[in-house]
Design a protein around this ligand. Structure first.
Ligand SMILES: [Cu+2]
Length: 467
């Protein structure tokens, strides 16, 4: 099967998704600045089922979703009082669809955002249990006649909250929650939760510890009236029976002078990280001055590409393609001359800069907000430590067609070359290229290419077990 055919199937699969679109939390913005797809996000690593609702309301996965007890490497830096915006997508890898939707319109129900203070938000096994407090909730808007989930659809899947400005500094998990109630009136009732977690470090001069926390799971069970609420009754029985702890919005006048100063030491963008995809970082391969060292550099680059694809997950491998193109340039360099030197500049291989939200639009489109303190517009000094390397003038993120990639290595996904030295050395007329070096340099890239295809390849529609 050729890539062009794969691409068509991908598009078709995306179209199928649109009619029965589940959803998942894929990325978040800090004061309107996108932190990157999957970056500092705990989400399911099951590419086929990442958008599925949780199977019941008492599973430990209610805390941070499937695989939610597994910490990821990165932690976003957030200032107290910042606006956090969480993006939900029906198709997590936006490079496989155009004009993707956030959630099926029949998935009507409330939203909320919770936080939990932890010792290290990148550590594993700290999500389920006590300590969760609520900083945002939105149920049914009787003026607009819309559920919170319905507001996500025209709002690019975005759910926002302001971080209470008096919270103590430190590491937190932040948990957006959607509850779809379209099956809650059925027998048996089937309330469907969509949750995930963002890993953050909160810079704050506050010292508050919210008094009302709950355990997740445990804060709801099937006796909780909202779990069986009938959204199809006309007229609706209002008010909607909210659940969970009371909202904590803090108070800007409650700052303590005894607050401990605390700086983020974990989860920062590593020194020397020149390209990112999800929580993977690419590091500049060693410089080279001759062909032998060039192939070593090429191999290092390809191994990193493989790591990138393997770490990609449901949001896809977009930037891994960029990295692989960079590796291809290095490899071409090795074969082009007996006195090669490099690596070449990476600048023309960099992905486009990450999205910035129009904060005034975000505020206008969002539901009730716990605080108006942060609505005064975008903050150009927003935490950009994660993405400082990217030029501000770069074009917006481009969708990278998988079909145009990797053709230098393989043109048919159904066959792997048995000899890694084919073409890559021979076609360069490079008589001195040692086959062994060439093989090890090329082979990881081919592996990576196949990984890329798998990672973005929701070609087979996964069976839907729940509506
Ligand atoms: Cu669904």
């Amino acid at each position: 099967m050729h890539f062009s055919q794969v691409k068509i199937l991908l598009v078709a699969a995306g179209a199928v998704h649109l009619t029965n679109a589940h959803t998942t939390f894929t990325n978040f913005f800090v004061d309107g600045v996108d932190q990157g797809d999957g970056t500092a996000v705990r989400m399911s690593n099951n590419i086929q089922q990442a958008t599925y609702p949780l199977p019941n309301v008492t599973t430990p996965d209610m805390a941070c979703g499937v695989n939610g007890e597994t910490g990821v490497a990165r932690i976003a830096s957030v200032n107290a009082g910042s606006r956090l915006t969480f993006e939900y997508r029906a198709v997590p890898d936006v490079s496989t669809v155009s004009g993707g939707v956030s959630i099926d319109p029949n998935h009507k129900g409330p939203c909320a955002i919770y936080m939990k203070k932890v010792t290290d938000s990148s550590a594993s096994n700290n999500a389920a249990g006590d300590g969760w407090f609520k900083i945002m909730e939105d149920g049914y808007d009787s003026v607009a006649g819309k559920w919170c989930t319905e507001k996500l659809i025209p709002n690019d899947g975005h759910l926002s909250a302001t971080v209470p400005s008096d919270l103590a500094p430190g590491y937190y998990l932040v948990r957006p929650e959607l509850l779809a109630l379209h099956q809650a009136d059925k027998t048996p009732p089937d309330p469907q939760f969509y949750v995930g977690c963002a890993q953050i470090f909160l810079n704050s001069s506050g010292s508050a510890t919210p008094p009302n926390t709950v355990a997740i799971p445990g804060y709801v069970n099937m006796s909780t009236s909202a779990m069986t609420y009938d959204i199809w009754t006309v007229p609706l029985k209002l008010p909607f029976p909210d659940f969970g702890p009371p909202l904590y919005t803090g108070s800007s006048s409650k700052r303590s002078i005894e607050a401990r100063a605390m700086n983020q030491t974990i989860g920062l963008k590593p020194e020397g990280c020149v390209m990112e995809n999800v929580n993977w970082c690419g590091f500049m391969p060693a410089s080279y001055t001759d062909q032998s060292s060039c192939y070593q550099t090429s191999q290092n680059c390809s191994v990193q590409a493989t790591d990138c694809y393997n770490a990609a997950g449901p949001t896809g491998s977009k930037n891994c393609f960029n990295w692989e193109d960079f590796c291809t340039a290095i490899h071409d360099d090795c074969g082009s001359s007996l006195s090669c030197s490099g690596p070449p500049s990476i600048s023309s291989y960099m992905p486009g800069s990450l999205e910035r939200l129009d904060q005034s639009k975000v505020a206008a489109a969002s539901g009730p907000m716990p605080s108006s303190a942060s609505l005064s517009g975008s903050n150009p000094a927003a935490p950009m430590q994660s993405y400082g390397a990217e030029p501000a003038s770069a074009p917006p993120s481009a969708v990278i067609p998988g079909s145009s990639r990797l053709t230098g290595y393989i043109t048919d996904t159904g066959s792997l070359p048995t000899n890694g030295s084919i073409d890559m050395c021979g076609s360069k007329g490079d008589q001195t290229c040692a086959e062994e070096l060439c093989y090890t340099a090329v082979y990881p890239t081919i592996t990576a290419a196949r990984g890329a295809n798998h990672n973005s390849g929701n070609v087979l529609e996964a069976p839907r077990t729940r509506g």
